[in-house]
Write a protein that binds this ligand. Structure first.
Ligand code: AMP
Ligand code: TRP
Length: 339
């Protein structure tokens, strides 16, 4: 039986603007989890430099870091209760990641599907950081001995790697139960939000078509337009969940509606049973506008005062460091470093 105190940690990369997948797959669950256990939410700026880094990206990275922090707060994370910080301000993440680089095996990383997707045809041109990205993610979680990690479906494999690293560290250093084996929390009807242009592809920041995704910063017109233009099939909506099988676009839109309205997929299917897409899309557009535009407005308000966001990040980092430093001190002792 594990003796670890329950603690939530999660993070998002400051690359481009956040979209509906980030909100429904992760952020919306974070807000709810604040009422269940203590949480820490990180803007993973060190992960964001694994694909694109340099002078030309400097301002974009800084701006995007503030924007992601603003999105956390605007969506309902309370920075008084829950530390919000950027990873680079807590050096213990990188310190533990190095030790984990020496615990994790090449064979484990070779299996990571996200590296294969992101590095594409020319693996030899990818940064070493991109390859070891999931090791840094394990350090983000375990430097606080966090037990619960709310993420979208696509992060499942990375979390399994975090568990493997925790277990091997505990074994190698004969420190049973030193690190908890962190649990993924992948919940809700929209753990994998799909592209609005193609129901078989994940909604993603990197899709070249802006019509494939709803950005958290889109205005009401853009949201409604994108939903109206979303790909569908010619049939009316089914009257039971089973009828969504083999209809990825219909399933995606129904899941989005269910998640935004906090009701089950079954209830949503029942509500629109037998209706044409046109009527359903109008209802979905109204709902999405009602739920998302207040977040965008609050983000704009917060971003008008970047100094205040920086103060939130600094205060969050100070509180996070106070938790990470004693864990790191124990780790160094276990490894045999003179510290
Ligand atoms: P990233 O933007 O890659 O840093 O992802 C931040 C969080 O959003 C992670 O928890 C992802 O699993 C989640 N996420 C990203 N894209 C989607 C999607 N299309 N559907 C559901 N969750 C997603
Ligand atoms: N890899 C995650 C993503 O792309 C981001 C991330 C980095 C993360 N460190 C984390 C998520 C720690 C949860 C916990 O979505």
């Amino acid at each position: 039986m594990s003796t670890h105190k329950q603690l939530v940690l999660s993070g998002m990369q400051p690359t481009n603007t956040l979209h509906l997948g980030n909100y429904l797959g992760a952020l919306k669950n974070w807000v709810r989890m604040q009422n269940e256990m203590p949480c820490l939410f990180c803007v993973v700026d060190m992960h964001a430099i694994t694909q694109d880094v340099g002078y030309g990206r400097r301002k974009e990275l800084t701006d995007a870091t503030r924007e992601v922090a603003a999105a956390y707060i605007a969506a309902g994370v309370d920075p008084e209760r829950t530390p919000i910080f950027n990873q680079a301000q807590v050096p213990e993440h990188a310190e533990l990641a190095w030790i984990f680089n020496c615990v994790a095996r090449l064979g484990w990383l070779d299996r990571m599907t996200q590296f294969k997707e992101k590095s594409g045809k020319h693996k030899e041109r990818a940064s070493v950081g991109l390859y070891t990205y999931p090791v840094l993610m394990a350090a983000d979680i375990l430097v606080y001995k966090a037990t619960h990690v709310p993420v979208g479906e696509d992060q499942k494999q990375h979390l399994e790697l975090s568990r493997d690293i925790a277990q091997k560290f505990n074994n190698d250093f004969q420190a049973p139960d030193f690190f908890p084996l962190p649990e993924p929390v992948i919940t809700g009807p929209a753990t994998r939000v799909m592209s609005l242009r193609d129901g078989t592809k994940k909604m993603s920041k990197s899709d070249e078509s802006d019509y494939s995704r709803i950005n958290l910063t889109d205005d009401a017109d853009a949201i409604a337009q994108k939903i109206r233009k979303a790909k569908t099939d010619p049939d009316p909506l089914p009257d039971a969940k089973k009828g969504l099988e083999g209809r990825p676009e219909a399933e995606n839109l129904i899941n989005i509606y269910a998640a935004l309205s906090d009701q089950s997929v079954d209830a949503t299917v029942a509500q629109f049973a037998g209706q044409q897409f046109s009527g359903f899309k109008n209802a979905l557009a109204d709902l999405a506008v009602a739920r998302l535009t207040p977040i965008a407005a609050e983000m704009r308000r917060l971003l008008a005062d970047p100094g205040e966001i920086d103060r939130v990040l600094k205060s969050g980092a100070d509180r996070a460091r106070a938790l990470a430093a004693p864990v790191m001190a124990e780790v160094k002792k276990l490894v045999g470093f003179i510290a």
